[in-house]
Structures are given as C-alpha cells and as structure tokens.
Design a protein around this ligand. Structure first.
Ligand SMILES: NC(=O)c1ccc[n+]([C@@H]2O[C@H](COP(=O)([O-])OP(=O)(O)OC[C@H]3O[C@@H](n4cnc5c(N)ncnc54)[C@H](O)[C@@H]3O)[C@@H](O)[C@H]2O)c1
Ligand SMILES: [Zn+2]
Length: 360
C-alpha cells in the first residue's frame, strides 16, 4: 500500500493506492450514515468486495446510469433527493465509487448537499485513479458545455484499488493509460524508463504493475496540486497533449476518440511541435513517440480535415485573449509553457503526425 499526501494551507488528505485500499474507508469514523454513489454495472461486479472491504455490509448504493450524460444538474438533483429520502444529514458521508463521471458528480453533490457534506473518492478507471479523483475539482455539464458548473471541494480520502481495473474494457483501459503516460513524461527519466519496460502487453488484470504505475503517476498529480497554491500556473503542465487533443475531440463531435486517445494524438503532435520549435532533442522526441505508440493502436486520423482541427485551435486562441499556452516537452521530465508558437509550425506538426511522416 502506498500513501501520498495532498497538503495545502486549506486541506490535507491522503491518496491511498494498493490492493485492498478500500479497507482504509473503515478508518472514517463519526458519521451518522454512509452512502455509496455508483453505476449499476460497477455495483454488480464490485459491490460485494466494496461492502466487505469497507465493512459496510448491507449498504444500498445510489445508482446513476453510466456515461457522461450523468454529469448533469438534473442528475445532481436526483442524487440529492435520494440522499434526503434516505435520511442523509450534515454528518453523512458520501463515497463516489466509479470513474471520473461518478467522481465529478459525487463531489459536486457532496459540496452542495446541505451546503456540504464529507465525501471520499474510490476511483475505478485508470484516468480517475491517476488524475480526476485528486485535486478536488468537481463539476457537472450544462448542455454541451463540459464542466461549466462546478466547485473546488477536497475529499476526505482517495482510495484507489488497482484490482478494480480488471473489468475495464480494453479500449477504456488504454485510454486511461495514455494519461498515465503523460504523467510519466512529466515525471522524469526514471519513471519513464520503468514504463518503457512494462507498457507493451500491459493488461487490465496486471494489478501488481498497475499498482506501481497508478501510485507513481498519481504522485505527479499530487505534487502539482500541492505546489499549485504557490505557483498558480503549475497545473497547466497537466495539459500536455490536451490543446490538440480537445480540438480533435471537438472536430469529431466527441464520437471518434475516447478522451485519452485524443490526448495521445495530441501528445504526439505537441512533441513534434516542440522539435520544430527547436526546444526538444529529436532523440527524446522519438522515445516519447514510441512510449505513446507502445500503449496500443489509436483510431486513425487519415480522413480528418486539417483545416477543421486547426480552425478550432485558432478559435480557442481568440477565446483566451489571443494566446494559446502550449505545453511543450523540452525533454523527459521537463516541459515549458510557451505562448508565442507560430501558427505555421502548429499546422506543420499536425500534418506531420497525421501524414505519418514523423515517428510513425
Ligand atoms: N475532476 C477532475 O480534475 C477531472 C480531471 C480529468 C477528467 N475529469 C472528468 O472525468 C470524466 C471521465 O472519466 P473516465 O474516463 O473515468 O470516464 P467514466 O467515468 O465515464 O468511465 C468510463 C467507462 O468505464 C466504465 N467503468 C468505470 N469503471 C469501470 C470498471 N472498473 N470496470 C468496468 N467498467 C468501468 C464506466 O461505466 C464508463 O462506461 C469526464 O467527465 C472528465 O471531465 C475530471
Ligand atoms: Zn485529460
């Protein structure tokens, strides 16, 4: 079991990673009642283990349908009503057992129900274990606007058991792995090299390797969140690959790529961009590209209109006051944020990756 500490002047909590991590929920004492928010399929597969590990035999979950559609104000209202009907008061605890959707929704409800009750995160996807469960950002979507309404509200504890990843669909698993790769690029040569040796053939059921990966990748997020108080811009580094990635998701109506897959393409493009900008040694660029590719095949880019994707980047640029803050890798474990990257090389990096002429 590994314990990471998130610490700021306002909050302090642990991120506990390891097989059997849900047992740590037993240490949360002094609550009138505990509620679990989750999805039907997850509860069917993991409910017994959860109830037994947490020591809450007979607990009845609050269920929401799986999928991004559940991150809505109306769903938050339904969950709050169910909490009320079942007697939740200010001293109740809510545990979010699920991926980023359940985590964001559960955190949002906890932060607003009776002006705030305690909650814990029990993340069940790779993305949620290395990223979304840490940092206390909660949100729901309004129509197509992702995360338009949300709060900052820290959990009491995050408990990540890598065994739960065993039931992930291969594509969902890999999508999360790309985000873990991102954290390894940010971390530095040691973790990067370790993952180079482990990544090919990595399966959802490889709990031992995943325990190490999740713990080390989560530590990168913990570190950023902890230091962000002093350096407000630091969280930006976590956006590595996300500028192109978001444009790819938007250009395809959020249908062709899972989020992590779009980020993976984005990491390839921004790595090429860093080379073209002259800030990255091509030998490191090659290693980054190989590590991203080693996770597995990505949905293809071939028939995607470059003008559409690049147009979305430019539109974004206008929206944020004329500047995109590019997160460029300068090496393994080093990034710089640059706001002055010429449009011409932004387009060239896209074309080089799309056309397969660079480290394909
Ligand atoms: N709060 C933050 O800081 C933050 C950061 C990044 C992303 N997010 C949010 O996270 C969400 C995406 O999270 P996600 O990728 O975990 O998506 P998700 O919660 O939708 O989970 C992906 C899919 O996996 C299924 N699933 C979850 N756990 C499973 C398991 N153990 N076995 C089998 N199936 C399982 C779900 O039912 C779903 O179909 C987005 O809404 C995004 O905005 C939040
Ligand atoms: Zn992401």
């Amino acid at each position: 079991m590994r314990r990471l500490q998130v610490k700021s002047s306002a909050v302090e909590y642990q991120v506990i990673v390891g097989r059997g991590a849900w047992r740590a929920l037993r240490q949360l004492k002094g609550y009138t009642t505990a509620f679990v928010l989750t999805e039907p399929g997850l509860w069917k597969r993991w409910g017994k283990k959860f109830a037994s590990d947490a020591g809450w035999q007979g607990v009845r979950p609050i269920l929401v349908p799986s999928g991004e559609g559940s991150k809505s104000l109306s769903m938050a209202g339904r969950v709050a009503s169910e909490l009320l009907d079942r007697g939740a008061d200010r001293k109740s605890l809510l545990v979010a057992l699920g991926g980023g959707v359940v985590g964001d929704l559960g955190g949002f409800v906890a932060s607003t129900y009776m002006r705030g009750i305690d909650y814990a995160q029990a993340p069940t996807t790779v993305l949620a274990q290395v990223d979304s469960s840490i940092g206390g950002k909660t949100a729901v979507n309004i129509h197509a606007m992702k995360n338009l309404v949300g709060t900052f509200y820290a959990p009491r504890v995050v408990v990540s058991d890598p065994e739960v990843l065993a039931s992930l669909q291969p594509r969902a698993f890999k999508s999360g792995l790309y985000e873990a790769v991102k954290h390894c690029i940010l971390s530095g040569p040691e973790l990067f090299k370790w993952l180079e040796g482990k990544v090919s053939g990595l399966k959802p059921g490889d709990a031992g390797v995943l325990e190490t990966l999740v713990a080390r990748a989560a530590a990168v997020k913990v570190d950023v969140v902890t230091r962000d108080e002093r350096e407000a811009a630091l969280r930006r580094v976590l956006n590595l690959g996300h500028t192109y990635g978001h444009a790819l998701e938007e250009a395809t109506g959020y249908r062709r790529f899972l989020h992590g897959e779009a980020v993976a393409w984005g990491m390839l493009m921004v790595t090429r961009l860093a080379e073209l900008a002259g800030v990255l040694d091509p030998a490191d660029g090659k290693r980054i590209a190989h590590l991203v590719r080693a996770v597995g095949p990505l949905p293809n880019l071939r028939n995607l209109k470059a003008e559409k994707v690049l147009g979305l980047l430019i539109r974004d640029k206008k929206a944020v006051g004329g500047k995109i803050h590019w997160v460029l890798p300068e090496g393994i474990g080093r990034v710089r944020v640059a706001a002055d990257v010429p449009d011409a090389i932004v387009a060239r990096a896209f074309h080089d990756v799309q056309g397969g002429v660079w480290n394909d």
